[in-house]
Structures are given as C-alpha cells and as structure tokens.
Design a protein around this ligand. Structure first.
Ligand code: SF4
Length: 93
C-alpha cells in the first residue's frame, strides 16, 4: 500500500524563518535549508555561479522550507498549519 507523504508547493510557500509547519512536525521532517552556499561563503565562486546558472537558481544562499520524505511519517499534522495552504499530502509509490 502506498504511504502518504507531505509535500510543499514551492509556488505558494513564502519560506519564512517562522514557518509554523517546521515547528509542528513531530518527526522534525521539515527544515529550512540553503539550496547553495551564499556568495562569499563558497570555496569556489566560479563553481557556485556555474551551478546557479545551470539549475536556474536565483539567489544562491536563499533558504527554502523543505520536507525530508525519509523522515516524514505521513501523519498529516502539518497540513492545517501552513498559512498559505502550501502543504498537501500525496501518495508515495
Ligand atoms: S505529515 Fe507529519 S511527519 Fe510528515 S511533515 Fe507533516 S507533520 Fe511532519
């Protein structure tokens, strides 16, 4: 049977450092992480710029709220806590 997992719709998420979804998750599956190190933090600036342009990422070092599917138990507790309606449950096959 497919297990349910929480997923974030990034077009709705404002990636707030005060995200209530991160606080409510009993499995600590929701984290706010930098996609890439910020400019000035990277050991290889050239590599960072290449990666940023290759993956079309604007604002390297910007943090995104993300759900670690390997930690998510699928309890659904987080869904009503997102003020933007950005979290929904989906089936993982
Ligand atoms: S479904 Fe449950 S375990 Fe998964 S992210 Fe939401 S609160 Fe955490």
């Amino acid at each position: 049977m497919a297990k349910k997992k929480a997923v974030i719709n990034q077009s709705k998420c404002d990636n707030s450092p005060f995200c209530p979804v991160m606080k409510i998750c009993p499995a600590k599956a929701v984290e706010r992480k930098a996609l890439l190190p910020a400019e000035g933090e990277a050991k290889d600036e050239g590599l960072l710029k290449s990666l940023s342009s290759f993956f079309s990422l604007d604002g390297a070092g910007k943090k995104k709220v993300a759900i670690d599917a390997s930690k998510c138990t699928g309890c659904g507790a987080c869904v009503p806590y997102c003020p933007h309606g950005a979290v929904r449950m989906t089936k993982e096959n």
